[in-house]
Design a binder for this molecule. Sequence first.
Ligand code: 0RA
Length: 740
Amino acid sequence: MYDSSKIKILKGLDPVKKRPGMYIGNTDDGTGLHHMLFELIDNSIDEYLAGFCTTIRIQIIKYKILTIEDNGRGIPIDTHSFGISAAEIIMTILHAGGKFDNDSYNFSGGLHGVGLSVVNALSEFMKLYIYRKNKSYKQLYLNGIPTTPLKTIGRTKKNGTKISFKPSTKIFINSSLNYNIIYKRLQEMSFLNKKLKIVLINNEKQIVLYNEGGIKTFVAKLNNHKTNICPIFYLHSKKTNMLIEVAVQWNNSFTELVKCYTNNIPQTDGGTHLFGFRTALTKVIKTYIKKENIKNNYSINSDDIKEGITAIIAIKMQNPKFSSQTKNKLISSEIKIAVENELNKTFYLYLLEHPKESKNLIKKFINSAKIRESSRKARNVARKRLALDVAKLPGKLSDCQEKNPKKSELYIVEGDSAGGSAKQGRDRRIQAVLALKGKIINVEKSGFEKIFVSNEIVTLITALGCGIGQKEFDIKNLRYHTIIIMTDADVDGSHIRTLLLAFFFRYMPKLIENGYVYIAQPPLFKIKHIKKDIYINNEKDLHKHTLKICLKEKQLLSNKKYISIKKLLLKYISVYNISNKRKKSDLKLEKNYLNDAYYLNKFYSFYFYLNKLVLSSNIYYVLISFKKQLNKLNNFNDKINLFFNKKIFKSFYKLYDLIQLIFYKLFYKSFYIQRYKGLGEMNPNQLWETSMNPFKRILFKMIIKDVCKANLLFNILMGESVKPRRHFIQNNALLANIDL
Ligand code: 0RA
């Protein structure tokens, strides 16, 4: 039985208020603020781990106040020898909580383990409700100081603890609560603690996180869109002082995704649990190959089982030891042996139980060993090539004069013509230009041995200077801290951009994490009007600007003329629709499907806009202009139909020519819209003005908000299986301007 004598009193709360960051984490960037919530949730999770709590409810109120309620035993209320309740001691004295005794708790979790008192000290108010042994209690605290003693407020059948608090805005000055961060951590918690019901309530919206499968479901989720080559292996082994859970599945990609946890805390640098896992798997696989007499000329090692592996290793134990305060690496040595022993038995049985899939897996591992051995040779060749210094990249890289990476920029552009313009247009003191020839290799689909002999990749790595791979990559050697991907605003350009991002994401994630990778947004249009050039970045602005100009020049239009042009335009839209349908079987059109959908969209919005325009202009000149242009035909309508249907109007791209013509004839002025498809269409000066001049250009910084989602997205977009990709494109094609 728990009693208050077990609570160890260490010190008061003043140090917490004086140096909050030391106890709760950064008070400016949001980490500390979220720790406040997670710390309280950890306390409730401890009740779950001790076997007394099944549900935790978390409510976010206006992103300011948080309420956490569990149905555990309730914080003890008995009176401590000082004359105050045990609950008050837990809430007000640093490092009090009873959790320091192994017999009160089985496995104590908590990323921080700083206790309720720290959260209390840093909260404007905290309302504590306890439901215990048929009674309910309440106590209010302001900035960690109790304003009342713990009072009985009634009778109740329920048991548990409810804490409502408002993190002090004086302490967490620039921080705000982020729903996604909270949701993500709770989802992880729900996978790591199976059958625990977590309810998240935010503005009346309620989400229930619950799963029976635990980390097995986690692996299934991570591998959702992949081509998996075996069922999920799942181990759950509960000992008196330890709980080991492992879930593993291989897919046909090359990516390794292994997540390790100890007492619900993630270890990004692995440790003894991961070591035990790898050792056991390699050993079992080797034994299986031998016992089943599978022919194999290669020596399999733990690297060979990494490709395409998705695994979760979750340990719960008492007093885990970590290499540092951040708990990124587990060092408790007994864990390696424990994990290894458990897996030795169970993973072997798993292989025996699925002979067909096991044989496929073994084939994959042997193949990987084979490639590893042959790629060692290839890598030696590649390494020699990678040892190339930048001076040996003539033609491809035009380096800048600046040698300080912080001040240097690298523009990665596609093709020689854009490369040429960029090289001439740049500020050569600080801007380097690397022109890539065509597409780089798809790293999602290719193995190491192919990637690192590919010319474009070698050139890129050499230009960056930071090397590649676990041993050789060194961010200190990176030659540019601003890396700008500048590709054409078309489908190919987007493809090249995605290929480059996939390469960075998989092989140089540090560049993205450090915020060095950017995407340039060259303008999409240029409006030339009288003598002024206006560069336009998006559709909306194009409409805004043209309308502005046209309204300025407006001439009165008779109603009759307006109606006639309206009819005309309506007709062409239907003509286009019909011809579009008819041509659907046409292979070329099929290929251009995305393009067409995009332009169709554009056409409608432009039509809407033209309507407005026509109201304020003289349509007569337009008609005359067409007559002049197509004077071989008798009937004007036929001419226009022909224009749309066949010869001239082959693709919707030409619509811009038509609109330009209308404008031109309407105003008798030099006025045209140029749509930039390729960067090569811009002269060096234009490229500098719009996309390279640091004071004018628009850059998008690449950040990874959610590694799991990014991982999945690259897999869908670039990976082996076609089905999810098709699905993704169908769902997103018309929403996003994929062509941009
Ligand atoms: C100390 C001892 C016991 C429970 C708790 C603390 C406890 C703390 C929190 C914080 C949030 N929810 C909580 N639920 C329980 C054990 C009490 C007993 O033995 O009855």
